[in-house]
Design a protein around this ligand. Structure first.
Ligand code: FAD
Length: 360
């Protein structure tokens, strides 16, 4: 496009935990909202991906949503409200947070593409274009669900859906549901759906259950593994795939119901179900893919960030900086893809970028 771009120092893309944390720290470093930095977010309303989470995900069933810097969750949602829907409570908190700090979040604005223009980065959106000196990308994963390819998928006459589109178990009553995946989402779906109908559980790898809850040391160890991967340019993978899944009372009850009998991955999908290499078939009305997400980075494609190992080489103190380019930071990527990781990475990215641009 030939439109004149609005000049600004820093564009933050995304207003989830990672983008808001980054914006907070830019503000605290003395940068002027609207003049030195802005935040662009595709959603109509505050809340990042949380506003889209399935309704049965409550504050008691999420892992844990860490406070954003500078304002506690309990200021907005009283500590006892464990049954509140995460899709309502977290967005309420984010909305109050944006207002408290008067963060310059513009929405709905979708960033279409970012291109390198010598000293500057051109950020094209569905509204204005921006010409920035630095970028903090905090676009999460929610918009990039992953469904692996299996032969026959197009023949299936039942319903296929991804976790992202899961709402409630009740809609599957009376149907046979095949649930694919070994992460926390798969197990939550399995728990809920196996209470109302018959299920099959299929995973590529043997799921790793653990008898003890996560400790902060486990968390740090897992993050260190993912950080090591991205510093070497590998695709990050999820933090949970490293830590394993702790037994909860709900999972023990599901196991007692017989719902956690795991099957290996099928090799093909048929019109009426799924089939394994030995010819065994399972009739199915629904295939629910709880097969995770990848980072939503397509708008950065012209920057050619990916290296030969398929991932992006990350540098900087908390692995937020893209390779040798100090202008571009990814927050919520790899080791910072959690609410606590996003907080810390937002602080690191804000300081490193503001320093690089001479804004401090
Ligand atoms: P998001 O919250 O996804 O925010 C990204 C924002 O960027 C969105 O508003 C999006 O619309 C916007 N965006 C994307 N692309 C563009 C674009 N091109 N232009 C403009 N805007 C764009 N982590 C925990 O620590 N604890 C938990 O309990 C937990 N539970 C989870 C449960 C589920 C079901 C899932 C899928 C994940 C969970 N996670 C949890 C991981 C969680 O996603 C992260 O911790 C964190 O919320 C991600 O924040 P974020 O800011 O990176 O991304």
């Amino acid at each position: 496009s030939l439109r004149a771009a609005i000049k600004i120092d820093i564009v933050v893309i995304g207003a989830g935990q990672a983008g808001l944390s980054s914006a907070y720290h830019l503000l605290k470093l003395g940068l002027k909202p609207g003049r030195n930095f802005i935040v662009l977010d595709r959603n109509e309303k505050p809340g990042g991906a949380w506003q889209h989470r399935w309704p049965s995900l409550t504050l008691s069933t999420v892992n844990r949503v860490h406070d954003l810097p500078g304002m506690g969750f309990s200021e907005v949602v009283p500590a006892g409200e464990t049954e509140a829907k995460a899709s309502v409570a977290v967005p309420d908190y984010f909305a109050a947070y944006e207002e408290r700090f008067r963060l310059p979040v513009y929405r709905p604005v979708t960033v279409k593409v970012v291109c390198d223009r010598f000293e500057r980065l051109r950020v094209e959106t569905d509204r204005e274009a921006f010409s920035a000196r630095g970028l903090i990308n905090a676009t999460g994963t929610w918009e990039s669900p992953q469904i692996p390819d299996y032969p026959g998928a197009a023949l299936f006459q039942g319903r296929q859906l991804h976790s992202r589109d899961y709402r409630t178990a009740d809609e599957f009553a009376g149907q046979h549901v095949v649930i694919v995946g070994s992460g926390i989402s798969a197990l939550q779906h399995l728990d809920e759906i196996s209470k109302v109908t018959t299920t099959s559980w299929v995973t590529r790898r043997e799921p790793q259950f653990r008898d003890t809850p996560f400790t902060p040391e486990d968390g740090r160890a897992a993050v260190a593994i993912v950080e090591d991967k991205v510093r070497n340019g590998l695709v990050p993978g999820s933090v949970v795939s490293v830590t394993g899944i702790p037994w909860t009372p709900a999972l023990r009850a599901a196991a007692a119901r017989g719902a956690l009998k795991r099957l290996p991955m099928f090799s093909e999908i048929t019109a009426n179900g799924v089939r394994w290499p030995d010819g065994t078939e399972q009739r199915a009305d629904v295939i629910l893919w709880a097969t995770g997400f990848r980072s939503s980075l397509d708008h950065l494609a012209p920057l050619q960030l990916r290296g030969e190992k398929g991932g992006i080489v990350m540098a900087g103190r908390l692995a937020t900086q893209v390779g040798k380019d100090p202008r571009i930071h990814l927050v919520g990527y790899g080791p910072s893809a959690s609410t606590i990781g996003a907080n810390r990475a937002g602080a690191a990215a804000a300081r490193e970028l503001a320093t690089h641009l001479g804004l401090l």
